[in-house]
Every structure is written in structure tokens, then in C-alpha cells.
Design a binder for this molecule. Structure first.
Ligand SMILES: NC(=O)c1ccc[n+]([C@@H]2O[C@H](COP(=O)([O-])OP(=O)(O)OC[C@H]3O[C@@H](n4cnc5c(N)ncnc54)[C@H](OP(=O)(O)O)[C@@H]3O)[C@@H](O)[C@H]2O)c1
Length: 298
């Protein structure tokens, strides 16, 4: 038994050392030229930037899902103008039957999906007591359960082909919640657990992997009006930066990516500081009140 323990510790240390050495060497990258990439919420914001970045990196076909046809059509035309085949489908990811129906339509029209990007999400920006019950349910249906349905729809074929990647655009709020967006933070935390479980579950599935991206505030319409106390110290990310880093993480098969890297400090502080000290940090940094000025998508 002692020998088994020693072996386990030695193996873990070897893997840590391998990762450290690996980070110094030029990484092996996935060639995207044969990939069919489906992006939920691909008509605008980070989703649209992701479509551009996957196209720029040579993906073979891009498929956009969303609810607003005007944005999807414009985005698809932009991608086609870049020389990449692009299709769009109207699909509410919170509606299970619609997801399965449109997944079938995608397979028939475009073929198998090899990279699925679960990006679609909504935020209502209210406290629990101020939130309408239907709005609370809607954010869980779209932000969390939507990923169950899209993943169930496309993962089986990826496993058969032994070729696939599931990507989740999560949020740093999954690991460090703020008041005033209780449904959003809850949905992102459960979506994070979904991705952690899925990532581990794919360990024995050759050729199929997962990437979870946890960005800080990003300058799209989603969190319009939200005010951070030290914007010069913590400027919002650009959607293009999030897209570039996400595509790079997929190509390098990185399981988890926090953006920017300084968010690791937040996670470490959260696990070691007493609650009273954390509350003081929330108050001082303004994250405690940042949603008071939230307007969201107008
Ligand atoms: N912006 C930030 O500060 C920030 C920070 C960290 C993480 N994120 C995450 O990054 C992702 C993209 O956010 P974003 O900033 O680009 O937001 P956004 O500009 O509001 O875009 C959200 C996208 O999701 C789509 N969508 C919403 N509900 C949908 C549904 N039921 N079915 C299908 N599509 C739906 C929207 O399209 P339609 O309205 O046409 O359906 C839109 O394309 C989200 O998962 C978000 O949580 C954002």
C-alpha cells in the first residue's frame, strides 16, 4: 500500500514537472483546417469575435446559432467574406426540442460538428427578490441547461469519430460571485461544475477534449452600465482578446483558462482569506456595488 502511495506521489510530481517543462517548449497545436465549428450566440459579442477568429485560423466551416436573425445573417456574411463557409440557424438553446431539431438540421445540411462552442448566455442583473421567477428560470435554462442539450446533441458523434472539442465560455463570476446578478452567477457556477465533470469524464475518450474559459468583464453589450471602481487597474477585456485566447486554448488543448491571468490571484485569495477580509476586498474594489448601475442590453 505504501508503495502505491509513493508511486502516486511520484507520478503526480512527474506530471507537474512535465507541464512546467512543456510550458517552456513550443506547444503542439490542433490544425483547424478540417474542423466544423458551431458557436451558440455567434451573432454578436464574444461569439461573433470567436467566429472571426476561428475563420482567421483556418476552420473549414462555421455554424452560428442564436435567436436574432439580423445579427446572425450579418455575422455569417462577414465570415463568408473572409472566405470561410458559414451557415446560421435560429435556435434558442434553452429549448431542448429546438436544440435537438436544429442539431439534426445542421448534420443534414453541413455535416458533423467537431468543435462545439457553448457561448450563448443572458444576464438579468437583479437581486433575488427583485427578479421575476420566469427570468430566474430563463437564465438557468439558457446559461446552464442549454449546454446539456447542445453537448448531448453533438458529443456522441465526436466520440464515434474520436475527434471533437467542447468549449464553454464561462465567467470568472463562476468562481467569485457578486451581488446583483444572482441568477447569472448561479448559472455560471453550475456550468463550471458541468464542464469540470465533463472534462474528467472525457479522460478515457481519445481525441475528444474540453476547454473552459473564465473571462473577467468584457466590453460587449452584456454588462452595459456595470461600473468597476478602478477601471484603469482592471480594464474590461476586448471580445477579440477573449476570442484569440480561447481559440489558442482549444488549439493547445488547454482545459481551463482564466482571463486575464491575474484572476488566479483572486482564486488563491478566496481559498485562504477569512470571509471578513474578502468582504472588505469586495467593498474596496467596488465589486460589491458594481451592478447598481447595470443597464444590460438596451
Ligand atoms: N461580457 C462580459 O463581461 C462577459 C464576461 C465573462 C464571460 N462572458 C460570457 O461570454 C459569453 C458571451 O457573452 P457576450 O458578452 O458576448 O454577450 P452578448 O453580447 O450579450 O451575446 C450573447 C449571445 O448569446 C446569444 N443568446 C442569448 N440567449 C440565447 C438563447 N436562448 N439561444 C441562443 N442564443 C442566445 C445572443 O444572441 P441572440 O440574442 O440573438 O439570441 C448573443 O449572440 C457568455 O456566455 C457570457 O456569459 C461575458
Amino acid at each position: 500500500m505504501l508503495l502505491r502511495w509513493l508511486l502516486f506521489v511520484a507520478q503526480t510530481l512527474v506530471l507537474v514537472a512535465k507541464a512546467l517543462v512543456g510550458s517552456l517548449l513550443p506547444p503542439k497545436r490542433r490544425d483547424l483546417r478540417a474542423d466544423h465549428v458551431l458557436i451558440t450566440g455567434g451573432g454578436r459579442g464574444i461569439g461573433r469575435a470567436l467566429a472571426r477568429e476561428f475563420a482567421r485560423r483556418g476552420a473549414r466551416k462555421i455554424i452560428l446559432w442564436g435567436r436574432t436573425e439580423k445579427c446572425l445573417k450579418e455575422a455569417a456574411e462577414e465570415i463568408q467574406a473572409m472566405g470561410t463557409e458559414c451557415h446560421y440557424f435560429i435556435c434558442d438553446v434553452g429549448n431542448r426540442e429546438e436544440v435537438y431539431r436544429q442539431a439534426k438540421a445542421v448534420r443534414e445540411k453541413v455535416g458533423d460538428i467537431t468543435i462545439l462552442v457553448n457561448n450563448a448566455a443572458v444576464v438579468h442583473g437583479k437581486s433575488l427578490m427583485d427578479s421575476d421567477d420566469d427570468a430566474l428560470l430563463k437564465s438557468q435554462h439558457i446559461n446552464t441547461l442549454g449546454q446539456f442539450w447542445t453537448t448531448k446533441a453533438f458529443l456522441p458523434r465526436m466520440l464515434e469519430l474520436q475527434n471533437g472539442h467542447i468549449v464553454c465560455l464561462n465567467s470568472i463570476l463562476a468562481l467569485s460571485a457578486i451581488p446583483g446578478a444572482i441568477d447569472y452567477c448561479t448559472s455560471k457556477a453550475s456550468s463550471f461544475a458541468f464542464m469540470e465533470s465533463l472534462t474528467l469524464g472525457l479522460l478515457d475518450c481519445p481525441g475528444v477534449n474540453a476547454t473552459t474559459v473564465l473571462p473577467f468583464h468584457t466590453s460587449t453589450e452584456m454588462f452595459q452600465g456595470m461600473r468597476i471602481r478602478f477601471p484603469n487597474l482592471f480594464p474590461p477585456l476586448k471580445p477579440e482578446t477573449v476570442a484569440q485566447r480561447t481559440v489558442e486554448a482549444v488549439r493547445q488543448n488547454q482545459a481551463f483558462l482564466l482571463l486575464p491571468w491575474t484572476m488566479h490571484i483572486l482564486v488563491i485569495l478566496k481559498s485562504i482569506l477569512p470571509q471578513a477580509a474578502l468582504e472588505e476586498i469586495h467593498k474596496f474594489s467596488g465589486s460589491y456595488t458594481c451592478m447598481n448601475t447595470f443597464k444590460g442590453r438596451s
